[in-house]
Design a protein around this ligand. Sequence first.
Ligand code: ADP
Ligand code: MG
Ligand code: ZN
Length: 188
Amino acid sequence: MKKATLTIFAGPMFSGKTTKLIYLTKILKKLGQKVVVAKPSIDTRYTKAPKLASHDAKTIAAVFIDMNKPEDLLDIIKNDGFNHVILDELNFFHKTKTVAVIKKLLKMGVGVTGSGLAYDYRRKPFGPTLKLLKMADFPIWQHAICQKCGAPAEHTERVSGTKDVVVVAGMDMYIASCRKCHKIYKGK
Ligand code: ADP
Ligand code: MG
Ligand code: ZN
């Protein structure tokens, strides 16, 4: 059996991670691959229907996976004969379980392409993203544009709301900022 590969896109919000996954899904499908697109059920931004949605409103159909039960993916693969899994918002998935499931998928010959935030708004590693980036055959850093100075941005800055680590929101609560400009939100 051909070795399946792991590709991981990591970076801050607005760095084009979801856009990249939508683009790759379309090409993989065009080339005859059987692709399933999944995201954690916590993320219902933009739409209640299961879809990947980029910040500039591109969408693609997806399935919701319980963030604490990534093993559900294994059943989907077995039942429907998929050979490639696309996973968005890796940062919200359970760390050790998700790493184990991805290892299993690769062993089964299923390719995996995922994306996630590397760091949360406090600049702490977020979920399994960095671990998966280290394991990846193709580890890819994405960057956004710093909204304060225009430099490449590697961080997500919270600018309003609570101090909870997990708050799903868009431009109303977050901006992209570079290492020099990034400030850790202290609450309002
Ligand atoms: P991600 O999934 O990484 O959050 P998306 O793929 O959903 O990113 O969105 C990328 C889009 O966000 C860009 O094409 C651009 O239109 C928009 N955008 C908004 N703010 C920024 C920014 N600060 N830097 C780069 N792109 C931005
Ligand atoms: Mg995204
Ligand atoms: Zn900056």
